[in-house]
Design a protein around this ligand. Structure first.
Ligand SMILES: Cc1ncc(CO)c(N)n1
Length: 219
């Protein structure tokens, strides 16, 4: 069994919980509250800035040219393409690019980005690969599920199209192969990889919950 499949098996319950989350179902139906989606747009913008940093740091730590080229390319792709989705939705809400950049992170966003960047700075390439895999595979699987549920176009269709696009699918396939390569090359890292994978997957679930409940600081 590919190591990525072992990880997905370990995270099966978390995946199921994500597919059933009301944010996911309601977005698919076009019925999600605008305020919850706006919260996602803002928090995810801050998330993606750090996510791009994670790929950049992974690129610096990569041991071969192909991996380095790809990881640095993804960092650029996130900043230059994926975040356009957020900028376009934000413009509809009258929020500028500058405002997006300075949004205050909600507690879950702090927890998730801190975890990823700590892994990026302190972890091995294998741990980083495992930490970023749920972000890609999770969004692809969630968006495919949304596409199955959605029966007509609506205001959130661009979200579904972005995360089921051929580019996103290819990026996810590459990430999966990267996890498998790391799993083969570094058997001593399997436990650390599994732990990093599960933490990211749980935080992915929490991120939907954060947006749905419009999580904010208490005081
Ligand atoms: C929280 C989160 N995870 C994964 C992705 C996919 O890039 C995203 N945009 N946001």
């Amino acid at each position: 069994m590919a190591f990525s499949d072992t990880l997905l098996e370990a995270g099966a319950d978390i995946w199921e919980a994500q597919l059933e989350h009301p944010f996911v179902r309601e977005l698919a139906a076009g019925a999600l509250d605008e305020a919850a989606f706006e919260h996602w747009v803002k928090q995810d913008y801050r998330y993606l800035l750090d996510y791009a940093r994670l790929f950049a740091i992974a690129g610096v730590k990569a041991r071969d040219e192909e991996t380095m080229t790809h990881l640095l390319g993804v960092a650029h792709q996130v900043l230059d393409h994926e975040m356009d989705l957020h900028r376009e939705f934000a413009a509809d809400y009258g929020i500028s690019r500058e405002q997006l950049e300075t949004v205050e992170k909600a507690p879950t966003c702090v927890a998730y980005t801190n975890f990823l960047l700590r892994t990026a700075y302190e972890g091995s390439v294998a741990e980083i690969a495992a930490a970023l895999y749920p972000c890609m595979q999770g969004y692809l699987d969630v968006a495919e599920h949304m596409a199955d549920l959605a029966d007509e176009d609506h205001r959130y269709t661009p979200f579904i199209e972005m995360y089921t696009s051929a580019e996103f699918r290819e990026a996810t396939d590459w990430c999966r192969a990267f996890v498998d390569r790391c799993g083969e090359r570094y058997p001593g890292e399997h436990d650390a990889m599994r732990a990093a994978f599960l933490t990211s997957a749980r935080l992915e679930y929490r991120f939907w919950e954060m947006a749905y409940t419009e999580e904010d600081w208490d005081v």
